[in-house]
Every structure is written in C-alpha cells, then in structure tokens.
Design a protein around this ligand. Structure first.
Ligand code: FAD
Ligand code: EPU
Length: 346
C-alpha cells in the first residue's frame, strides 16, 4: 500500500500530526529493496523505517519516504534444551509474547505490553522488569536499502547495551531489520528481581502469572497511548560512577537508584524529575504524566514544539538541581531524518 503526502498521526504514539511525502506499507523483504530502488533512495531521498512509532518524536513534516514494516511470520524449531524462533520484523511485540506463552514457551513474559514491532526491539534493546532483549536474542537479519544485500548479525555483533545497540551507531541509516531470531531456554527460571515481582514465589510461580503481574504493574502506571499520546519513558535513566552517586545521594537520599555489577549506579530519572516537583507540569498541550514523571504526554493537541520545550525545561531543572543532564530515550526525527536529540533540547 502506498500513500502520497500522508499524515503520520496514525503512525506515532505521541499522536503528532505531521506529514510525510510518501508512506509505504511493506509486507515482504523483497519489496523493501524494490520500493527503495524505485523511489531513488540512491539519489538521497530521506528514508525512515517505522514499526508502530512508539519511540519517535516527529519535529516537523518528513521530507521523504516512510516505510511501515509489516513483514509477518513466526517459525518455531527446537533443540533438546531450547526453542528457536524466527520472527518477521513487522510482528507486534506483545502478540509475540502472548503467542509464545500460549504455546507453553517461556522467557518473554517480563517484556509484556511493550508497544511496537519485533523488528524495532533490538534497536534500543528493549527492557523491562529485569529482562532485556539481549538475553533472548540470537540474531538480527537486515537488508541494506542501497543495494538489496542481506546480512545476519549474531547477537554478540549487535553490541547491545542499556537502551543501545549497533543499530543506533554503525547501522544507523539505509538499512532495515527484516527478522529477529530468538532462543528461549526450555528450563525456565523466573526473573523476579524487580520490586513488585519479588512477592511472587519463585518455586511455584508460572510464566503466565509473571506475565499477568507485569501487565498489571504496567497498566497501573504507564498510560495507554491509545487514550493518551506518549512514547513511554522520554529520557534514559542516567548512569553515574559510585563517587558521583555517593555525593548526590548524601545530599538527596530519596533519589531511587540501583547498583550495577561493575559498581556504577543507575539513578531513577523519574525520581530526579519528581524531586524537581514537575509532575503534572504543562506546556501547551504537553505535560509530565502525574503517575510516572518519566513519561511525557500529549494531552490532546500538543505540537512537537510543546514536547521539545517541556523536555528542555525538565532537562534544565534536573541539571541545575543535581548536575545530572538527562538524555532522551525517544528518537527525534526532523524533516531529513534522525537527529541528535540532546542538541535539540540542550
Ligand atoms: P518505532 O518507534 O516505529 O521506531 C523506533 C526506531 O527504530 C526509529 O528510529 C525507527 O526508524 C527505527 N526502526 C523501526 N523499525 C525498523 C526496522 N524494521 N528497521 C530499521 N529501523 C527501524 N521500551 C522499552 O525498552 N521498555 C519499555 O518498558 C517500554 N515501554 C513503553 C511503553 C509505552 C506506553 C510506549 C509508548 C513505549 C514504550 N517503550 C518501551 C518504547 C518502545 O515501545 C520501544 O522502543 C519499541 O521497541 C519501539 O517499537 P516501534 O515499532 O514502535 O518502533
Ligand atoms: N519513581 C519516582 N517518581 C515517579 C515514577 C517512579 O520517584 O514518578 C521511582 C519509583 O518509585 C521507582 C523508580 O523511580 O523507585 C523506578 O521507577 P519504575 O520502576 O517505574 O521504572 P523507570 O526507571 O521509571 C524503567 C524503564 C521502563 C521500564 C521500567 C520497568 C527506562 C528509561 N525506563 O522505567 O521502560 O518499563 O523501568 O522495568 O529505563 C521505556 O523505556 O519506554 C520504558 C517504559
């Protein structure tokens, strides 16, 4: 399907009403290359891949072509100890989690209800409630849009980190993720390290119970973008060295944090914003969510400028109070494509 001069409002969960020159819904790998060739990608028309638009902020009309990835299909195979899944990049993530659980395969339950497509999940190494994609990812298949060549990257080649991967760096442009391979261990071990999951009994809990517990926690604090535009956590949680954390926590002992195995400390960005008393703070149609300070919302008619202005104020207030300078998790898209979000709000 192909639309000319189409609104991107249905294609981003912030609900920002900007336009793209063309929007094409892609259902198979070969049409990625055909479409890109036909539309002169090699003559530098900007191209943007989208799944469900749940981690993007459009700053203005996009002067190029948007590919909406809807490559479907899930193949299951097994070895003695593992299930192997090959999943089309356009499958919905939460549906995949449910499909595996209904088939009796465990391992994705902590990642329930994360919006978006399977093919977008490796880009920021999605994570929640003690589990990250990298723990279950076996490989990522990509196609280069300029020449149609394919490559399979092993998980170790994806350089997964906290909300980070090779796809934000070396493979930033002119490629599309077409499929993701997963490896789920048959001998399931529940991951119950996250606060509210600790009350489940690791000896008796089932994957389905973890799934329902995660869904319940998420529904209690993260707004559903169907009813309130948002892109999940707007900023990343800042990582600081232990001496920095020590100084800060001595002055502000109520800042939530957790320790990493190497001694670094992850501070809660929500906690920092909250302590600046910014919950509910509003600029135009954009506001800080009143239950989760890390989530910025579109209360109805926010422009992207409202959201940028709000993010700038949050970053400045947190920076001036704690000398911690937040970085957006959400990907900013200008007329020509992805741009440095910190530069926009600095
Ligand atoms: P999009 O927003 O469409 O795209 C994101 C980026 O990936 C863009 O740069 C885009 O160009 C690129 N891209 C998309 N598809 C492809 C492709 N096939 N090939 C190449 N590049 C591509 N994230 C978490 O990690 N944990 C959470 O708990 C979490 N909770 C959330 C809750 C809510 C309510 C919302 C709205 C978001 C949340 N997120 C969370 C963020 C978001 O769900 C994830 O980042 C998700 O993986 C984005 O998927 P998407 O398909 O919507 O990607
Ligand atoms: N907190 C506050 N004020 C708030 C909200 C939270 O002080 O308004 C405190 C909580 O009390 C808690 C701490 O902050 O002690 C952490 O809060 P929460 O458990 O809600 O997690 P988070 O750090 O805010 C991260 C991810 C989420 C992920 C959850 C669960 C990032 C940037 N965000 O949020 O991912 O779902 O943990 O694991 O790492 C996303 O990336 O879009 C996202 C939603």
């Amino acid at each position: 399907m192909f639309f000319q001069r189409a609104s991107l409002k249905p294609w981003n969960t912030f609900g920002i009403d900007v336009y793209a020159n063309h929007v094409t819904i892609v259902h198979n790998v070969s049409s990625f290359f055909c479409n890109s060739r036909d539309n002169n990608i090699r003559q530098n028309e900007p191209v943007l891949l989208l799944g469900e638009g749940s981690n993007v902020l459009f700053l203005q009309d996009f002067q190029g072509k948007v590919f909406i990835n809807r490559i479907k299909g899930i193949r299951f195979t097994e070895t003695t100890h593992t299930w192997l899944l090959h999943v089309g990049a356009g499958e919905n993530w939460h549906q995949l989690v449910k499909t595996t659980l209904y088939k009796g395969l465990a391992g994705l339950e902590n990642l329930a209800l994360i919006p978006g497509c399977v093919g977008s999940a490796p880009i920021q190494n999605i994570g929640a409630y003690g589990v990250e994609l990298k723990q279950v990812c076996e490989y990522v298949d990509i196609i280069f849009l300029n020449d149609g060549s394919h490559q399979r990257l092993k998980a170790t080649e994806c350089c997964f980190g906290y909300r980070d991967s090779v796809f934000k760096h070396r493979y930033k442009n002119h490629y599309a993720i077409t499929a993701v391979g997963f490896k789920l261990i048959k001998q399931w071990q529940p991951v119950l390290s996250y606060g509210a999951l600790k009350m489940l009994n690791p000896k008796t809990v089932t994957p389905m119970q973890v799934f329902h517990a995660v869904c319940k926690i998420r529904r209690s604090k993260i707004p559903n973008p169907k009813y309130l535009g948002n892109a999940g956590s707007f900023f990343k949680n800042p990582l600081v060295t232990s001496p920095t954390a020590f100084d800060l926590l001595t002055l502000y002992p109520k800042i939530p944090y957790h320790l990493r195995s190497n001694g670094d400390v992850v501070l809660s960005a929500a906690g920092l914003i909250d302590q600046c008393e910014l919950k509910g703070y509003r600029i135009g149609g954009a506001a800080v969510h009143d239950q989760q300070a890390l989530v910025l919302i579109n209360t109805g008619a926010a422009s992207s400028q409202d959201i940028v202005n709000l993010a700038r104020i949050i970053r400045r207030r947190v920076g001036e109070k704690f000398n911690i300078w937040l970085e957006p998790e959400v990907c900013f898209i200008s007329a020509q494509g992805k741009i440095d979000s910190v530069e926009v709000i600095a």
